[in-house]
Design a protein around this ligand. Structure first.
Ligand code: SF4
Length: 428
C-alpha cells in the first residue's frame, strides 16, 4: 500500500521532520507528506502546532493508490482527525426488529461499542429522549412498516426513494432533515432489509427521472437510499449498504443504487462486487461551510474517500449542498473544485457527476434548527431571501434570483475549469 498524503497549504512549506518527509507539491504549492506508520505515533503535539503556525489552516488529501491511510495516522497528526465511528449511548430495540437477523446484529454491534440496550416489550417506541443531546446518541432498531417500505418518487435525484434508516448522528446546523422528520432527532435503523429490498423489484423500468430520460436511460432505474439518513454514518452498525451494493451488483436488470454521504469510512465497501451499479456522491462544500457541519468528517477526508471509491471502480459524484452565500464564496467554491481535481487526479475510467443544491429553509425547518442549534451563525434571514410557494402550498426561502444566476454561472464555470469531465445533473 502506498501511503502518501497531500497537504493543501496556503503558507510556507514544512521541512523534513522526524520520520515524516514533507515536499512541495506541483499543484497549488501544496505539500506532500510521506507517512511512516511505525514512527509517526508520538508526533502529534509538535506536528500539530507547527502546521497551524506555518500554514494557516492546512488539510490533507490521501493520495494512496489502493487504500486510505490507516486510521491512527490522522489522529496522530491532529491536523484533520478522522471521524471516529458513531457510538450510540442508548439502543432501543423492538420485538419485531429482534425477529430479524439484521436487527440482532445491529444490537450486538452497538452493545459491543458500549451502548446501553433496552429491549422493548412492544413495537411502539416509548420513552424517547427529548433533549437534543440524548436524542442524537440514541439508536432505535425498528422495522419499516408497509407504508414506510412503499417507494416514493424523488426527483430530481432519482426515480425512486427507499429508506434504510431515518436520522443521522451528525450535527449540521443546516440539516435538511429538520424540515422532514418529526420528533426528537434519534436514529431509527430498519432491521427488515430483505422486505425493504423486495419492494424494489416492482419499480424496475418505471420512474420519472432516469427511466424517462433518453439522455440518462443508460443509468437504468435509479434508487436513492439516503434521503432521510446518511447511510455510511451507520454502516458500521447496520451493514445495510454492503448488502444493497452487493444486491444491486448482482441484479440482472438495468438498475442503479445511489447514496450521498458526508462520511468517509468507505474501506469496507471498496472490495465489494458493485459491478458499477452504485453511485456514491460525497456531500462537499466550500471550507466556510465546515463550521456548520459538526460531527461530520472534514472536507479532505471526504475527498480522500471519494478518491478511494473512484479507484475502486465506483461511479462517483459530488453533492454540493447546501451552496451558501458568504463573503468570498466564488473563490472558495473555486478552490473546492480545484481540490476535487487533485483528489481525482489519475483515476482511470472516472464517472463523475455533480448535483448543485443551494441553501433554502422553511418556517418549520428554521424553527427546528433554531431549537437544536441556538446561536448558530447560519444565515436564515427571510428579508434577504426570495419567498417561494411549492406546488404543495408550503413556503420556502431561497436566494434571490440575481444571486442564483451569479452563483450558478460561477460554480458551473469552476467545475468546467477544474473537472471538465463532470456531468452536472441539476442545479436547484
Ligand atoms: Fe443532516 Fe446530512 Fe448533516 Fe446528517 S450529514 S446532520 S443528514 S446534513
Amino acid at each position: 500500500m502506498r501511503e502518501e498524503l497531500t497537504l493543501q497549504s496556503t503558507g510556507k512549506v514544512g521541512k523534513a521532520f522526524g520520520g515524516i518527509a514533507l515536499t512541495q507539491c506541483d499543484l497549488f504549492g501544496a505539500i506532500k507528506l510521506k507517512c511512516r506508520p511505525t514512527t509517526h505515533r508520538h508526533r502529534k503535539p509538535t506536528m500539530s502546532s507547527r502546521w497551524s503556525g506555518a500554514a494557516g489552516t492546512p488539510s490533507y488529501i490521501c493520495a494512496g493508490e489502493t487504500s486510505l491511510c490507516p486510521p491512527p495516522f490522522g489522529l496522530c497528526l491532529d491536523i484533520q482527525p478522522m471521524s471516529p465511528p458513531w457510538e450510540p449511548r442508548f439502543v432501543l430495540a423492538t420485538p419485531s426488529a429482534l425477529g430479524w437477523a439484521e436487527g440482532v446484529a445491529m444490537v450486538e454491534r452497538a452493545a459491543g461499542l458500549g451502548a446501553e440496550v433496552v429491549r422493548l416489550r412492544s413495537d411502539r417506541l416509548a420513552g424517547l429522549p427529548e433533549a437534543y443531546r440524548d436524542a442524537k446518541r440514541t439508536l432505535a432498531v425498528v422495522t419499516a412498516s408497509p407504508s414506510r417500505r412503499r417507494l416514493q418518487p424523488i426527483p430530481p435525484s432519482a426515480d425512486w426513494r427507499f429508506d434504510l434508516a431515518e436520522g443521522c448522528p451528525a450535527h449540521c446546523t443546516y440539516c435538511y432533515l429538520a424540515g422532514s422528520l418529526a420528533g426528537p432527532p434519534i436514529v431509527r435503523a430498519y432491521a427488515n432489509l430483505p422486505e425493504i429490498l423486495a419492494e424494489l423489484q416492482t419499480a424496475v423500468g418505471h420512474g420519472a427521472v432516469t427511466s424517462a430520460s433518453a439522455a440518462r436511460a443508460h443509468e437504468g432505474t435509479t434508487f436513492e437510499c439516503s434521503c432521510y439518513t446518511d447511510p455510511l454514518a451507520l454502516e458500521h452498525l447496520t451493514g445495510h449498504l454492503a448488502t444493497c451494493i452487493t444486491t444491486f451488483g448482482a441484479w440482472d436488470a438495468a438498475v442503479q443504487l445511489r447514496f450521498t454521504t458526508k462520511f468517509d469510512a468507505v474501506e469496507p465497501l471498496l472490495a465489494l462486487p458493485h459491478n458499477r451499479r452504485t453511485r456514491v456522491r460525497f456531500s462537499v462544500n466550500a471550507r466556510e461551510a465546515e463550521r456548520h457541519e459538526g460531527g461530520a468528517p472534514r472536507m479532505p477526508r471526504r475527498l480522500a474517500a471519494l478518491r478511494a471509491m473512484a479507484l475502486a471502480g465506483y461511479p462517483v459524484g459530488l453533492t454540493v449542498a447546501p451552496i451558501l452565500r458568504f463573503e468570498g464564496w466564488a473563490a472558495s467554491y473555486d478552490r473546492l473544485f480545484a481540490d476535487v481535481a487533485v483528489s481525482l487526479d489519475g483515476v482511470p475510467d472516472l464517472d463523475l457527476t455533480a448535483e448543485l443544491i443551494t441553501h433554502r429553509f422553511t418556517p418549520k425547518s428554521k424553527g427546528v434548527l433554531a431549537g437544536w442549534y441556538p446561536g448558530s451563525p447560519l444565515e436564515m434571514d427571510e428579508a434577504a431571501r426570495s419567498r417561494k410557494t411549492t406546488k404543495f402550498g408550503s413556503v420556502k426561502y431561497v436566494f434571490p434570483r440575481e444571486d442564483m444566476v451569479a452563483m450558478r454561472t460561477a460554480i458551473e464555470g469552476s467545475i468546467a475549469r477544474w473537472i471538465p469531465q463532470t456531468k452536472v445533473l441539476y442545479w436547484s
